[in-house]
Design a binder for this molecule. Structure first.
Ligand code: PLP
Length: 400
């Protein structure tokens, strides 16, 4: 086989996808598996979004779209940023991408050169460090402690910044911990960033509407408007509107950064399908009651499952304030042995044992940069979550 690039060899298989695939493979063999691996809403996309896509296709919106997004969707995004965050981005400061993932790829690669550094508070969603590595940059992980609500210490951010730092990533509500960052904490981070005008900041607000108490999300560009020349604020329709398969994400930020991101997108994927963009605009502009229903549902599930997990000896469970994940600490299970004779030496081994011996699929914390933890997605029915917690309790009970 002809040689492949060094760049791709740095990318391991994404742990979340791998865990989901293992669970699917066992289920296909007839095993009874409850998979809590994926961050995929278990709701249907809004009917008015589906209808808007249909109408757009019938109107003939089937041609190449503008790379940066259709004027109609960019106007809807402008209204959304103003309504939700008080941020007023002119349309030329807005980019539409194939999911927030592409926005993140565009942004990181638009600014990173080999040898640059990206500061990433951990635990973290694993895409940021992988994309940083693909660009030849080095992820600098900042450990966030459970007792600090999994929030980064602003002074530690300050100490981590070097002349090679190009990006700081902030993702709240957080995947995988569900941590929400209060405005006062963002203010403290802003104070540090004012001394580092060479650092771009990515505010990944994907879960902004999934805050359990229904409070509005605080975001850096709104809390510290003077930092606007450094900040990219991104979100999308995947989580808020249960539209993961439509592939629409978007960002607002400095015009120069947005233009560089659009150049990268133009040579990789081009613009997002106009049919999909019409659906996203309808979701953003349409009734928001389904969003409130989903937010309340995730909040109730999360509280219930967190309480069940916390009752398992050897497990402690931080109460997430947003998103749809639980990130229980499993330190008390390390060093034990399963009935099948597997010695649990890490959260990865624990996840293997949970899948093989209890039929519960979760993702090991090492994949998110902090062990010994596991991530459990609460984007699943009450019945599935209850059954998974009961299986885990029985599994732990049987450990030697
Ligand atoms: N940002 C975070 C924090 C996520 O957890 C995810 C998906 O899991 C994304 C971005 C990507 O979302 P999209 O489906 O829009 O690509």
């Amino acid at each position: 086989m002809p040689a492949l690039s060094e760049r791709q060899s740095a990318i391991p298989e994404a742990a979340t996808m791998a865990a989901a695939a293992r669970a699917r493979a066992l289920a296909a063999q007839g095993r009874d598996i409850i998979s809590l691996t994926l961050g995929e809403p278990d709701f249907a996309s809004p009917p008015h979004a589906i209808e808007a896509a249909h109408q757009a296709a019938l109107r003939g919106e089937t041609k190449y779209p503008p790379v940066a997004g259709t004027p109609a969707l960019k106007q809807a995004i402008r209204r959304k940023f103003l309504r939700d965050s008080g941020l007023d981005f002119p349309v030329e400061n807005i980019l539409v991408g194939h999911g927030a993932r592409q926005i993140i790829y565009d942004a990181l690669t638009a600014a990173l050169d080999a040898g640059d550094e990206v500061i990433i508070p951990a635990p973290t969603w694993n895409a940021y460090p992988l994309i940083a590595r693909m660009a030849g940059a080095t992820p600098i992980f900042l450990d966030c402690r459970q007792q600090d609500g999994f929030l980064p210490d602003p002074d530690a951010i300050g100490r981590a910044i070097t002349p090679r730092t190009k990006w700081l990533v902030l993702n709240y509500p957080n995947n995988p911990t569900g941590a929400v960052c209060p405005a006062a904490h963002l203010q403290a981070i802003a104070t540090v960033l004012r001394r580092a005008p060479h650092v771009w900041v990515m505010a990944d607000d994907m879960y902004e509407h999934l805050i359990h108490d229904g409070a509005p999300n605080a975001t850096l560009a709104a809390v510290a408007p003077d930092l606007a020349p450094q900040v990219l604020t991104l979100s999308g329709v995947s989580k808020t509107y249960a539209m993961t398969g439509w592939r629409v994400g978007f960002a607002g930020g400095p015009a120069g950064l947005i233009a560089a991101m659009a150049k990268i997108q133009g040579q990789s994927t081009g613009g997002v399908s106009p049919i999909t963009q019409a659906a996203a605009a309808a979701a953003l502009d349409g009734p928001q009651d389904q969003v409130r229903l989903m937010q309340a549902t995730y909040a109730a599930r999360s509280a219930r499952a967190a309480a069940s997990l916390a009752a398992i000896p050897g497990v402690t469970c931080h109460r997430p304030q947003g998103a749809f994940y639980l990130y229980p600490c499993v330190a008390g299970l390390i060093g034990r042995t399963t009935p099948a004779g597997l010695y649990i030496d890490s959260d990865a081994t624990l996840c293997t044992a949970l899948l093989e011996e209890a039929g519960v699929a979760a993702v090991h914390g090492a994949a998110f940069g902090k062990s010994p933890y596991i991530r459990i997605s609460t984007a699943a029915s009450d019945a599935a979550l209850d059954a998974a917690c009961a299986r885990m309790a029985a599994f732990v009970d049987a450990l030697a």
